[in-house]
Design a protein around this ligand. Structure first.
Ligand SMILES: NC(=O)C1=CN([C@@H]2O[C@H](COP(=O)(O)OP(=O)(O)OC[C@H]3O[C@@H](n4cnc5c(N)ncnc54)[C@H](O)[C@@H]3O)[C@@H](O)[C@H]2O)C=CC1
Ligand SMILES: Nc1nc(O)c(N)c(N[C@@H]2O[C@H](COP(=O)(O)O)[C@@H](O)[C@H]2O)n1
Length: 221
């Protein structure tokens, strides 16, 4: 399995403002790059915080890219995955529409009524007691044939994936905005590391729109 984290951050490292609304940090060329990365992936993964904040669709937007996938005997859109311990994904969320298969990864703490509501719209995976056990959940996704995973965020999930040693590559668009705010989400939130910080090897620097795309490989992967 290969896990690529992709995100867009302001020059000061924020994924959004303190209001947690979806912001256009990158421009048209970066959205096209993200679309190509989605098209090259078996699944696109987000945390439920991103679903609640952005109501993302996570589909491939370019018709030609979807057609090319079908010619390659793949579904037009990659699968979508929500990491959602207690089943908070709303049943009318865009991510649960019919455009692609959606997996919701729950913990054992997810209430039965939420499980029943989500089971009508998604494939359910249960891993972990109070919180989703990412190692187990990702192993199940791999058993489902999903090998190339793209993670779009947000900061809580990205931190946990680095903590679990599950990230192979980070692609970060850094854009020309200062968002600021101690409560605004950053690329990696969670508790933070105090030692044994994951280290990265710079693989590429590409100028795009009014920013740069930094590609880092994660050491020891
Ligand atoms: N600029 C960008 O590229 C992107 C920005 N965003 C922004 O990020 C913000 C949402 O990020 P967050 O609030 O950090 O939420 P998140 O999307 O990282 O979801 C975190 C939630 O996932 C659940 N979860 C279950 N098991 C977990 C585990 N093992 N580790 C971590 N989380 C687990 C928990 O309920 C947790 O609160 C929004 O403001 C959104 O707009 C989101 C994606 C991309
Ligand atoms: N690449 C990128 N640049 C930005 O400026 C962004 N705000 C994001 N956000 C991500 O895109 C998702 C929305 O996807 P759909 O258009 O609904 O398919 C959003 O939830 C973030 O994951 N990405």
């Amino acid at each position: 399995m290969d896990v690529i984290v992709n995100a867009a951050a302001s020059a000061d490292g924020k994924l959004s403002s303190r209001r947690r609304e979806q912001l256009a940090i990158s421009g048209a060329d970066d959205f096209a790059r993200v679309d190509r990365l989605r098209a090259a992936s078996d699944a696109v993964v987000v945390g439920v915080g991103t679903v609640l904040a952005d109501d993302p669709h996570l589909t491939v937007k370019d018709d030609d890219l979807r057609s090319q996938r079908r010619e390659d005997d793949r579904p037009g859109n990659p699968a979508r995955v929500v990491v959602d311990s207690s089943g908070r994904t709303p049943t009318d969320a865009a991510i649960l529409d019919d455009e692609a298969t959606t997996y919701v990864c729950l913990s054992e703490a997810a209430p039965v009524d939420r499980r029943m509501a989500l089971a009508d719209h998604a494939e359910l995976i249960t891993a972990g007691e109070g919180r989703v056990d990412l190692l187990r959940a990702f192993a199940t996704l791999q058993e489902e044939g999903l090998e190339q995973l793209m993670v779009e965020g947000g900061g809580e999930l990205i931190f946990s994936l680095f903590e679990a040693g599950l990230v192979d590559e980070l692609r970060l668009f850094v854009g020309p905005k200062i968002i600021g705010g101690r409560d605004a989400p950053t690329l990696a939130d969670g508790e933070g590391f105090v030692s044994e910080f994951p280290t990265l090897e710079l693989a590429a620097v590409d100028r795009l729109d009014d920013g740069v795309v930094l590609t880092w490989r994660v050491d020891d992967r």
